[in-house]
Design a protein around this ligand. Sequence first.
Ligand code: ADP
Ligand code: MG
Length: 445
Amino acid sequence: KWDEILQTVKTEHDVSDISFDTWIKPLEVFGVEGNTLYILVPSEQMTLSYISKKYYLPLKVAIAEIIGTEYEIQFILPEQTRNIRPSNNKGKKTPEPEASKRSNLNPNYTFDTFVVGSNNRFAQSASLAVAESPGEAYNPLYIYGGPGLGKTHLMHSIGHFILERNPEAKVLYVTSEEFTNEVIESIRSGNASAMNKFREKYRTIDVLMIDDVQFIIGKESTQEEFFHTFNALHSAGKQIILTSDKPPKDMETLEERIRSRFEWGLMADIGAPDYETRMAILRRKVESDDMSLSDDILNYIANNIKSNIRELEGALNKLLAYSNLEKTEITMEIAKKELQNIITPDKPREITPQLIIEVVSEHFQISLDQMISKNRSNEIARPRQIAMYLCKTMTDIPLDSIGSLLGGRDHSTIIHGIKKIADEYDSNEQTRNLIETIKKKINPN
Ligand code: ADP
Ligand code: MG
């Protein structure tokens, strides 16, 4: 059928053989979700833009003609496929539209999916105000609070909102880590044009969002560059949005001139969610994931995970995975057993090698299977070595156990991996930042 559809596009629109082979023939159906048909463009963003400009309508019409159903079509790139689960009909994930892709926004983090409660009401309305009149209402907007409470989610929501109204707006989301690395890169390369390029990129933006700014303080050259970027954007009336784990006054190594700028606009904190909000968040997620869980179980989760929404979601994901794998309904007994590692009332969370490996693979977006596989390509081997290093420095498990946890690797491989990362940690600021960021994810306290 697919070939037939493509051929129809070719004949009805007089597409030349060469255009057909270049643009149309490589397209594949990735899947169907609801009435959206995802078409995989096995190439890059530019190709995707071109194809969607030129062939969106012809394809849509041909599909309707041949299949007899009208589908909304969405083009996606290979790297976006992991955000989509077309088999799941009610899956909430949608592929990133072009504008938010360019802006680095997570398509799921919108105001629509953000549950408002007493803990975040103020931050949410401040964010909405900024989204409605960027550069005018509050500048900068500074959102702060503990890990997993929705800072990043709110920030992205603002970005989506602005882009939806004005797809031409230049919205850019970066983590502090990315910002810092770009500064370091352009300084290190030592030529003026790299620095100019950096400045041009950051000073021509309409809305700049920097996440977790606490990580850029204490790094002199980065603070300096940040200061200039901030001033340039702010005086041009461009919106700046920042998040941090604490208010500016508590950031010890923050230069005074930057601190005062953080306080120019509006500061909004997000606290821990109360019981109602936790239940509302759980209910929303259960519904969007099409799960069925009894109120008792939701109650159990909400009563035991209180201060981190990421963990709240993690608990549901764990149960969802269990019920998918075991093909069974979740009972209270199963829930308690499955969640015992997450729910440890009032105890700080234990740092285990398993936890480290999970966090590292999540950070690099690779699977646990890849972590323990024989794959030695750099994208996999490096995260694996970082996991070895962190197991060694954050726990006291013996090297041989690290080896067996990571797919039965021998002693010398482990020593080599640990040493490689340790050396880099000492000599390379970028690696050091990376490791510190991951450590914070493993142990937020
Ligand atoms: P932070 O940046 O503060 O560490 P995130 O924004 O990454 O936290 O939120 C962690 C997870 O919890 C995300 O998956 C996010 O979608 C979810 N989340 C946080 N707050 C809410 C909320 N109010 N409603 C729905 N989901 C939320
Ligand atoms: Mg965050």
